[in-house]
Design a protein around this ligand. Structure first.
Ligand code: ADP
Length: 266
């Protein structure tokens, strides 16, 4: 679903933020993109969502050739992924319900479908009783869960989380990570961008280390204290596993067919 071949990104001031990166991420993977500040993580993310265009190489995401994609098609590319931004990007004048519903309204989903789906995803993130709150009336961890609900609401095949533990306390970090693990178990690809090596050690998964714009390492690591990645943390049953079932499974809108240009709202 993500294919990079010899990708480089040179910004207009001459900074080479990514150098000759080649990698593939397939459906269902759980991947950490790790690196220190300035390593090139955000640039990688921006290339995936086509906020920036690669300078050299080939890059395709969810069936879209990002070297050739026309600007008008970029919103369709972005509909194939759910993004949890580091700063949450919630709309303060809207309550929790509307912040999540907004992502469905934006693609023209009828209200009767929206109501059911928003309630489902708010239950998945444990915020069913906070529908009416404004973002400023929530804790950082709760705001982040709204952001996750919004990313999930259109059933993307892939979730990208940018520094998901950066702005919240350790307990909340664990909660959000556990939810991302649950989401991945249902088949959604999860990509987590982080500078926190501890997070990777705790949860395990495929780790791609970027350093100075280059891929330094790309390997599977086990969750801490376990022999293999089927660790205690991974094996732990979600508190809300019943809700999770059938709610967060991706809709399978893999776009090789480009069907996603006609948004399927049914
Ligand atoms: P990270 O997210 O790992 O901190 P970035 O991808 O933001 O790293 O940055 C990688 C390198 O590219 C850094 O040297 C940074 O200063 C540079 N950089 C990032 N964005 C721009 C930009 N818009 N213009 C010029 N240089 C940039």
């Amino acid at each position: 679903m993500i294919h990079l071949k010899n990708v480089s990104k040179v910004y207009s001031n001459g900074t080479e933020a990514l150098k000759n990166v080649s990698l593939d991420i397939e459906q269902g993977e759980f991947v950490f993109i790790v690196g220190s500040s300035g390593a090139g993580k955000s640039t990688f993310l921006k290339l995936l969502i086509r906020e920036e265009k690669a300078t050299f190489g080939k890059i395709s995401v969810n069936g879209y050739d990002l070297m050739k994609i026309r600007p008008g098609k970029i919103p369709y590319l972005r509909r194939t992924m759910g993004i949890v931004f580091q700063d949450f990007r919630l709309i303060e004048k809207m309550n929790v319900y509307d912040n999540v519903a907004f992502a469905m309204r934006a693609i023209g989903t009828p209200e009767k479908f929206i109501r059911k789906r928003v309630k489902q995803v708010l239950a998945v993130v444990g915020l069913e009783d906070k529908e009416k709150r404004r973002p400023s009336e929530l804790s950082g961890g709760e705001q982040q869960r709204v952001s996750l609900a919004r990313a999930l609401v259109n059933k993307p095949g892939m979730i990208i989380a940018d520094e998901p533990t950066g702005n919240i306390d350790p307990k909340m970090s664990y909660e959000i990570m556990k939810r991302l693990v649950d989401i991945n178990k249902k088949g959604t690809t999860v990509i987590i961008v982080t500078h926190e090596h501890d997070l990777v050690r705790t949860f395990g998964g495929r780790v791609i280390i970027i350093d100075g714009g280059e891929v330094r390492e790309d390997r599977m690591i086990s969750a801490q204290g376990s022999e293999e990645s089927g660790s205690v943390l991974f094996a732990e049953k979600a508190d809300n596993a019943d809700n999770v079932e059938n709610v967060i499974s991706p809709s399978g809108n893999e776009p090789e067919s480009r069907n996603n240009e006609e948004a399927d709202n049914s």
